[in-house]
Design a binder for this molecule. Structure first.
Ligand SMILES: NC(=O)c1ccc[n+]([C@@H]2O[C@H](COP(=O)([O-])OP(=O)(O)OC[C@H]3O[C@@H](n4cnc5c(N)ncnc54)[C@H](O)[C@@H]3O)[C@@H](O)[C@H]2O)c1
Length: 240
């Protein structure tokens, strides 16, 4: 058995056009998967063996149609990576209803939408892998991130419950909790915050998107077939 051979498998990666999602798309494609990136925008450069589909993960009906169209075209989906995410940081007393709703709708409801619409396919084929991208800030509080932390903590509850519900259908459901990763989402943060995150790691360095992609691929592989309902940090020790 070649553990990281995803030949004849289809991986759907939300938010696959940038940062962690883009690195994950490239890695799955390099391991022979057919990759479908679902995003609001196309990647800056096309990724070989990957195609881009435009959809807003927070829109229940769009995700219904998106999953249906992918299944019609590809005939199967094997791996779902719920990675699309946004941030709208501010303190709780300044946070608007729109800022709260926007983050919860993309980060948490987006994962619900995909899992809900894909579950019948996974049940029917008696198998599948789901990886939800949470954050260490869903496991601890972080100043200015109420909406984001709540959405990422919510993903952990979603992961554990869906792992129980879909386990009898041979579906593995896990969450990955990155620390700070250098991507377009985080590069805009003030230097002070970036340096603080770096100093919190035991290695004194920040993660690259590929560091997270490696764990996602492992969790979708046969090597991880007895792992489910877990939340695994990729943070260089930032949390400890
Ligand atoms: N970068 C970090 O430090 C870090 C740390 C922990 C967790 N995360 C999580 O990892 C995931 C990826 O983050 P990233 O840093 O690569 O961000 P990024 O901004 O580089 O990429 C996010 C992608 O999601 C897409 N997206 C946003 N809203 C969408 C929507 N409604 N529908 C479809 N696609 C949408 C964006 O267009 C973008 O391509 C997010 O869930 C984020 O919360 C990131």
């Amino acid at each position: 058995m070649i553990a990281f051979d995803f030949k004849n498998q289809v991986a759907v990666i939300t938010g696959g056009s940038s940062g962690i999602g883009l690195a994950t798309s490239k890695l799955f494609a390099a391991c022979a998967a057919r990759v479908v990136c679902v995003d609001l925008k196309a990647p800056a450069e096309p990724v070989e063996r990957a195609r881009y589909v435009e959809a807003d993960v927070s829109n229940f009906d769009q995700v219904h149609d998106c999953v249906g169209n992918i299944l019609t075209a590809e005939k199967r989906i094997d791996c779902l990576v719920n990675n699309a995410g946004i941030s709208r940081d501010t303190t709780i007393w300044k946070m608007t209803e729109n800022q709260w709703d926007a983050v919860l709708n993309v980060n948490l409801k987006g994962a619900f939408n995909f899992i809900h619409h894909l579950a019948p396919h996974f049940r029917e084929k008696n198998g599948g892998k789901i990886v939800n991208i949470s954050s260490i800030n869903g496991m601890r509080g972080k100043f200015g991130l109420t909406n984001y932390s709540a959405s990422k903590a919510g993903l952990i509850g979603l992961t554990k419950t869906v792992a129980k519900e879909l386990g009898r259908y041979n579906v593995n459901v896990n969450a990955v909790a990155p620390g700070y990763v250098l991507t377009p989402l985080t590069q805009k943060l003030p230097d002070k915050i970036i340096t603080q995150a770096k100093n919190e790691t035991v290695f004194g360095r920040l993660a690259k998107p590929e560091d997270v992609a490696n764990l996602i691929l492992f969790l979708c592989s046969d090597l991880a077939k007895h792992i489910t309902g877990e939340v695994i940090k990729v943070d260089g020790g930032q949390y400890i």
